[in-house]
Structure formats: C-alpha cells, structure tokens
Design a protein around this ligand. Sequence first.
Ligand code: HEM
Length: 382
Amino acid sequence: MMGIMSPRSIQNAQRIRAQEVDSLSKSILRHVKSSPNTPLELNPKLWMLTTNFISQIVLSKRYYPLDEDQETEHAKEYKFVFSELIFLLGSTLPGDCLPFLKWADIGGFQKCGMALKPRFDNIVTKILEERRAKRKEDGDFHVDVDIIDVLLTHQEKGEVPITEANIRGVIWDTFGGATETSISAIEWTMANLIKHPNLMQKVQSEIDNVVGKDNKVTENDIPKLHYLQAVVKENFRLHPPAPFLIPRESHTACKIAGYEIPTSTRMFVNVWGMGRDPCIWEDPLKFIPERFTKGSPLANLEVNGQHYQLMPFGTGRRQCPALSMGLATVTMLIANLVQAFDWSHLGGPNNLDMSESKSSWVTLMATPLQAIPKPRFPDEFY
Ligand code: HEM
C-alpha cells in the first residue's frame, strides 16, 4: 500500500487523474450535445472515473475505454462484484451482535458473501495470470510499473513473505477503499453546491480569478483555491464518506468519557455524529464553507487526522493510507466539474433530495444525484 505513496507514484497518479478528469469533461459535453437541458446521473460517470483511476494505479489497466461511455462485460462484472461486496461490508449482521443467531444467517448476508467470493477470486485470478505471463515474457527486461508488480517482485524474491491471499487482500483493500469513498465525497459536494447556487458561483469566481478563463484548472492550482478547499472540508464535515471509520477493539479494559469499556469490545467512532455535534459546531446542520476560510478560528483545521473534530480519513495507525490521493482526487474533480459547467437541478435547488441511503458502509445519497450541466465555455475549451 505504501507503494502508492512513493514520489514516482504520486506523479504518475497526477498524470492519470488529469487524463481521466479530461475524459469526464468530454463525456459530459457529449451528453449536453446529444440531450441538451437533460439531467445527467453523475454516479455512473464517477464510478467509471474512479475505477479507471485506481485500476491504472494498481494494475496499469483501465476497465472502461477512454472517451467512450459503453460498459464492457468485464467492467459490468467488476462493478457488480465490488459494489455488492462494499454493500455487504456496510451491512450489520445480526449474528455479529448476538452470536447465538449466527447459524441463522438472518438477511442471507453470509450466503450472499459465499456466492460472491468465487466471482471476486475469478477477477483477481485473471489479473494475476495476465501479469505473471507478461513478466515471464519480458524476463529480465521487466520493470515494475504498478502495485501488483511490486507485490509480485517481493513475492518472487521471498525477502518478505507475501502470500497469494495477501495480494488478493491488497487488491480488495485498494479498490474497496478507493471507489465508493471518493464517489460519495464528490457526489455530496456537487449536491451541496447545486443546493446553494451562490456558493457554486463563489467557487467558479475563485477558479476564474486564479486560473483564468482560458486555462483548465490543474493540480498545481489547487493550493491557491482556498474557497474550494473550504467547500470540500465542509462537505466532509456533514457527509463523511465513512461515517463510522474502521471498527476498533479495546485491547484492555479502559474508561472513555466516563464509560467503562471491557476488554475486547468492538467500538465505532461516529465521525458523522461528531460533524453534526452542536457542542463543537455552530449551526451544525447548515452548509457554511466560510467556517474554514481565512480569518475564521477554524481556518487552519486540516482533515489529516490531527484535528479530531474533523477526521473523514480517520486517525492513528489505521488512518486512510491514501489520504493525499483521495483528497487530491476529490478536490481536482470538483474544481474541474464546476469550472467547466454550470450545474442545476431540474426541480430547483430546494427540491434536491439530500437524504442518505441507509445501507452500505459509505454514506451515499438515497436518490443518486441527477443534475443538468451547462457548458461555461466554447467547445474548444473541452
Ligand atoms: C475521499 C476519499 C477517501 C476517504 C474519505 C477515505 C476514508 C477512509 C477511512 C475513514 C478509512 C478508515 C480509517 C480509520 O478507521 O481510521 C480508510 C481506510 C482505508 N482507505 Fe481510504 N478513503 C478515501 C480514499 C482512498 C483511496 C483513494 C484509497 C486507495 C488508493 C484508499 C484506501 C484505503 C485503505 C486500503 C484503507 C484501509 C486501511 C487499513 O485497513 O488500515 N482510500 N479510508
């Protein structure tokens, strides 16, 4: 996983992200040309982008062809298996809370998991077979280009014991950890901007001022886009993609906030609740990016796990290992979507359904966001 964080990988990630973001803008423009003033469902587009992005980092392979909107059978199977697994991950199994009910498999979650396992294994086996064949073909000329290569090289050298199960685990962790979380953050931020058109205009003006109207926003511009960053933070506060972080377990008995916690107790950190706590935040249910802008007491608050009021990427040793990558992807995407298009909701901003879906470990919108994009620039810009 740390391979993702090497300077070469970060540079590589920037290049891939720029290419995928560009492809998304073109695809949205195609939608506008073929169906003007018609709502576009963002979620499938974001799924394609995040999957393509992460699959290139991990496997040097894209699941969806660039600049095309069709879904191959391969991509469909991948999408089905991973979304079902992520759904299962977020499900509360009655047997986990009441172990004597384990045998009953209420809700059929275990059965469903068992049915998905061979399909997940098939996807990974194919990936590994292809890569091993390529490595054999290249022989000594083979250069490690992605995370799979790094893992296979370590496995072959045998210096660090890496099993097949470890490699499968890394693939699941990266794909499972990357896609739905990033999509959730982008979809909710866009929904909040559509719900508050004055804030969308503020982000657009900031981008126009900093980047100019002839240039596309790039990753180098992001540190100068302070209002945009405040919008992203405010969205993380109200809609953290992983509302309960990864469950923790107490090694020893302890006392937290006056409560006695026995050894081996599973605990959930409710960052969703913390983000809405009136003891911590003024007007907690209102979307106010200004609370994080220059001059406000919270201007220096970061989402890197050092400030416990706001930790959408968790904190401590189990903190999201791809924090920088996740934050960069979300911020870059929002910047580009808002720079290139005006967005509105068919029923008007007040009728946007902002309720949350009750399932999944990731906070998703109950009604996937549908929005009408209107290009802000002539075709040559895209
Ligand atoms: C907006 C984007 C993202 C958000 C909000 C997010 C959030 C999180 C959170 C809250 C955790 C649990 C941390 C804890 O319990 O302290 C986590 C873990 C993890 N994330 Fe992310 N993440 C994002 C993007 C990514 C990306 C892009 C990747 C992969 C490239 C990734 C890979 C992982 C992995 C592998 C773990 C598990 C770490 C472990 O088991 O110790 N995440 N993420």
